[in-house]
Structures are given as structure tokens and as C-alpha cells.
Unconditional design. Structure first.
Length: 495
């Protein structure tokens, strides 16, 4: 299928999943209570930390599936690699889930700070979290394979169904069965089991059959070991950069305050959720272009994707940066949420905006099959970031972590990305910054500054939400009109 169809399908699936998860949070808080929702935030952080176990395995199967599509490898080699990785991720996932279960009581009694929930109930919820996260991590292997084969439409449709089961159908469970954290996470475990089963079946249906029986062996992993190691180290660094703040704060502040922090981070994640679907369609196509030696096509697609990411991220970043209290009030209808989470929301929104653009060079390096430069830069940066984050979080709490998050993303964007472009697309960086990014940021930002000075917000939440939607639409139109790629696309469509 075309890159546009794949992009559209990826967005439908991932945006639905993201939006439904965000929009229903006020209902979760209503049923579970604000402190119990803090456990949901801890569960999200635990999912991130499980990525430490990935060690580059998921990107490897996705890249090899894309290379199979390009004719660079045969189906037997791909099936052998898949069977080898299956055995590894199942064993590691089981060990990870068991480790979480063994440490659940300690975390409940000595790390988290529940004030109303019983530690016994918290420990049970954490045990369920370990099993859920392990299963969802295992399912990521099959998602990567399906995505690498560019069966994006099916994958997006399944994501819609799975997200509906996870986020929407849990509401009747909370209403009719029980509204404790145990009920919530037990239901999520059942959904995770079904999700893995469906993804396994679809992965093997998508692959052409082979006559010989494929046994587990380690040699296929050795064949892709250089990429696995570089990608794995990059994943470790990525987890440490993106999840250390959430880990530290979960043990530094009361669970109720951690719930407000989690709400702010969840809304701010909408920025990266808007741009992340690009990777699902972009990386396989970049890999194919690189494998076929089409450097001009690779550069053109990379620049178009950069502009698309900037158009998608910029309006939401500006809304969160200039109007965080109004966003929280319109979303939750609770003044205490706006009071406790507004500053954190603005800071993480800005940091995620930088992150969304910095991800494009990372996708380029995945397509090239060489993450050495990405990994080296992140390791050096991590040595500076973690101590500064610990200091900021310890002395200034969640707000300090927010400022550290902005610095964490801005510093490598300014200092390291020029080196990446010099290595892989020499001579592009200045045009990439001035033509592909700067106009899309500048003109909507000027509009947001003016509106921030002129707007007088209504007091009721419904009117506030309508005004917010109109504001976002205006910024989105301005961003799109500032992109040469978008203008050319509309010009071609018009003719």
C-alpha cells in the first residue's frame, strides 16, 4: 500500500487509542479515586521500564520484516529470526513479571506513599501490573513484525478494537463488578492475554509458508547482533531518559500528588502520540529506500515527514504551553486538577514538542541500520541528565522534573542532531531547520502569543472546551499553511 494509506491507517489506530485513553481518565478518577489513579500512572511508568528488557529485539524484527518486503532477505531467514526472538522474549517477560511480583510488597510498603489505599491492595495491583506489562511487551514483538511487513491497515484496525476493550469496556466492569484497583488491573490482564493470542495468529498468517519445521536456535540472533546491540543500548538510554523522572517522583511525593503529575504527563504525551504513528509507516519505507539505494527518495521522504511531524506537534504544544489551566479545567472540570497540574503540563508539553522533532533523525538511523551515533550521544547526555534530574526533582518536585525534561530534549536537539545529519545526509541540516521546521513553529507561535493576550475565557467547562477546540483548529490551520509539503500536497490535489 502507499505511504499515505499506511500513514492514515496508523494515525487512525494510534490516535484513537491515545484519545480514548486520555478522554476517559476523568471517569477512571471518578470510579477509582484520585489516589488509586496514581497506581495507573505507576503502571504506565512500569511499562516504560520494561523496555529495558527489550535489548533491541523488537526493532530488529521490524527492520528485518521491512527488508524481507524489499527483497533483501528470504522468508525462511525471517521466520527463523522470529522463532528465535519469540523464545527470548517469552523467557525474559516471565522473569520480569516474576520479579515485579516478588517486589510488589516492598514497593507498596516502602516506595509508594498511599494514604488511603491498603498496602495489601496496592501490592496485589502491582503483581497484576507485572503480568500485564510482560504480556504487552511480548505482543510488541508481533506488532513490530506486522508493521515491518507493512500490514498497517490491519494493525490499526486491531489497535482500535484492543483500545476499546482496554479503555472503554473497563467502565462497565468498574460500575457493575467493582471499582478497586484489583478489579481494574485484573480486567486489563484478561485483555492483554487475548491481545497476544490475536497478534501471534496474524503474524504467522501474514508470512508466506515454508515447508521445513523451524526450531529455536540462537544463530539468527547472532546474524543481526550488531543492530540488536546498538538498538538495545539506545533503548536502555531512551528508557532512562524518559522514565527516570517518573520513577523518582513515584517515591518522592504522595500517591495523590503523583496522580496529578501522571495526569499532566498523560495529556502532554498527546504531543508525541500525534507524531509517533509516523514511525510505523516511515521506518519501513525509509529502510526499503535505503536498501534499494534511492538516496534522493529517502531524503525527500525524510523532509516531508519532518514537516508533517512539525505540523502535527506545534498546535498542541502551543495550547499546552500557553493555556494549561484551561486545558485541565475543560478536561476534568476540577479546579484542584488545574491548580496541581498546570505548570507540569506546560513544561512537559514543551519538552515533548522538542522530542517529537528529535525523533525524526532517530528514525533515519534505524533505517540506515546504524544507531552508534545516536547511542553515543544519548549515553553522554544521560551522564549529565540523571544527576541534574535527581537534584531538580528532590528540591523542586514535579516542576523541577519538568524543567529538567525540557533541557533533556533541547540540549541534544541543538548539539547532536547536526552531527547525525552530517553523517547520513550531509549538507541537509540548515535547510532542515530553516525550511522544514522554523516556519511551521514561528507563525503559529506568533498567533498563540496574540491570542493569549486577547482571549477572555468563559467560566463553564463546555464553553471553555469549545473555545479550546476553535483555538487548536486555528493554530493547526496556521501550521499547515506554513508547510511547503502540505501546500504542495493540496496544490496537487486541487489540480
Amino acid at each position: 500500500m502507499s505511504i499515505r494509506v499506511n500513514l492514515l491507517a496508523n494515525y487512525v489506530g494510534q490516535l484513537y487509542s491515545a484519545l480514548i485513553g486520555i478522554l476517559l481518565v476523568p471517569l477512571y478518577v471518578e470510579y477509582l479515586g484520585i489516589e488509586a489513579y496514581g497506581l495507573v500512572g505507576f503502571y504506565t511508568a512500569l511499562q516504560g521500564w520494561f523496555m529495558l528488557l527489550d535489548a533491541g529485539l523488537t526493532p530488529a524484527i521490524g527492520r528485518e520484516a521491512a527488508r524481507f518486503n524489499a527483497g533483501a532477505i528470504d522468508v525462511l531467514r525471517l521466520r527463523r529470526l522470529l522463532r528465535s526472538l519469540e523464545g527470548i522474549v517469552v523467557v525474559i517477560g516471565a522473569i520480569g513479571a516474576a520479579t515485579v511480583a516478588l517486589g510488589a510488597s516492598f514497593v507498596a510498603n516502602h516506595w509508594l506513599s498511599p494514604e488511603q489505599l491498603r498496602p495489601k491492595d496496592v501490592a496485589f495491583a502491582i503483581t497484576l501490573m507485572g503480568a500485564i506489562v510482560a504480556l504487552r511487551w511480548i505482543s510488541g514483538l508481533y506488532r513490530a513484525a506486522i508493521g515491518g511487513l507493512e500490514h498497517i491497515v490491519w494493525l490499526s484496525g486491531f489497535s482500535v478494537l484492543a483500545s476499546t476493550a482496554r479503555f472503554v469496556l473497563v467502565i462497565p466492569v468498574l460500575h457493575y463488578v467493582g471499582s478497586t484497583p484489583g478489579h481494574f488491573f485484573a480486567y486489563q490482564l484478561a485483555v492483554a492475554v487475548l491481545e497476544v493470542m490475536v497478534l501471534v495468529g496474524q503474524t504467522y498468517r501474514a508470512l508466506p509458508p515454508v515447508r521445513q519445521r523451524i526450531r529455536w536456535e540462537f544463530q539468527p540472533v547472532l546474524d543481526v547482533l550488531p543492530f540488536v546491540l546498538s538498538s538495545g543500548l539506545a533503548s536502555v538510554v531512551w528508557v532512562l531518559v524518559t522514565q527516570t523522572d517518573k520513577f523518582l517522583l513515584s517515591g518522592m511525593i504522595p500517591l495523590t500528588q503523583y496522580a496529578y503529575f501522571s495526569m499532566a504527563v498523560l495529556i502532554a504525551s498527546g504531543v508525541t502520540l500525534l507524531t509517533t504513528p509516523i514511525s510505523g509507516a516511515l521506518v519501513p519505507r525509509l529502510t526499503r529506500l535505503g536498501a534499494s539505494g534511492d538516496s534522493a527518495g529517502l531524503t525527500r521522504l525524510y523532509r516531508d515527514a519532518t514537516q508533517l511531524a512539525a505540523v502535527l506537534a506545534t498546535p498542541l504544544v502551543l495550547v499546552l504551553a500557553f493555556f494549561p489551566e484551561q486545558v485541565l479545567l475543560a478536561w476534568t472540570g476540577k479546579p484542584d486538577a488545574a491548580t496541581n497540574a498546570a505548570s507540569v503540563l506546560a513544561l512537559y508539553g514543551i519538552g515533548n514538542g522538542v522530542l517529537a522533532l528529535a525523533a525524526l533523525p532517530y528514525y533515519l538511523q534505524i533505517a540506515k541500520g546504524n544507531l552508534a551515533l545516536h547511542t553515543a550521544g544519548n549515553v553522554l547526555f544521560l551522564l549529565l541528565y540523571v544527576p541534574s534530574l535527581f537534584f531538580a526533582a528532590k528540591h523542586f518536585g514535579a516542576i523541577g522534573a519538568g524543567y529538567a525534561w525540557i533541557a533533556a530534549n533541547l540540549l541534544p536537539f541543538v548539539t547532536w542532531l547536526p552531527l547525525v545529519h552530517r553523517r547520513y545526509l550531509k549538507g541537509l541540516h540548515v535547510d532542515w531547520m530553516l525550511r522544514d521546521i522554523a516556519p511551521i513553529l514561528l507563525f503559529p507561535a506568533l498567533l498563540a502569543v496574540g491570542l493569549n493576550w486577547l482571549l477572555r475565557w468563559p467560566s463553564d467547562t463546555l464553553s471553555m472546551a469549545v473555545c479550546m477546540l476553535l483555538l487548536y483548529t486555528g493554530l493547526a490551520i496556521t501550521a499547515a499553511a506554513s508547510s511547503a509539503t502540505i501546500r504542495n500536497w493540496f496544490r496537487v490535489r486541487a489540480w
